[in-house]
Ligand binder design. Structure first.
Ligand SMILES: [Zn+2]
Length: 111
């Protein structure tokens, strides 16, 4: 399995390359998003099983949010030093008491 890594100041996101390609292809062909076409080319041309998304490409922020919203991928939180599955974050109950859960819900929004 090939993994796409996207690193921010707070977290490291990991996604299945196939999921990223699917989503980017949709943005690229159906919505003519140039950034998506560029990202597709970059990610597909990289060798190896771990492919780092270029941090300067702001469009990848949208890709991250979209995939997380679909319950895909995982997140390593640098603050907690823990890995969370996207599905785990989604299942946090609204208004839940856990401060850690509330914190992650917030930070998920401002990826
Ligand atoms: Zn955390």
């Amino acid at each position: 399995m090939t993994t796409v890594i996207f690193e921010t100041d707070n977290a490291i996101f990991s996604f299945d390359l196939a999921d990223v390609i699917d989503l980017l292809s949709c943005y690229s062909s159906e919505h003519q998003v140039e950034e998506a076409t560029d990202l597709l080319k970059v990610l597909e041309s990289m060798p190896g099983d771990i492919r780092k998304a270029p941090p300067e490409n702001e469009f990848f922020d949208y890709v991250v949010l979209d995939l997380l919203g679909k319950g895909k991928g995982s997140i390593f939180c640098k603050t907690c030093q823990k890995t969370y599955q996207a599905k785990q974050l989604q299942s946090f109950p609204l208004g839940g008491a856990g401060s850690d859960q509330a914190k992650h819900r917030k930070w998920k929004k401002k990826v």
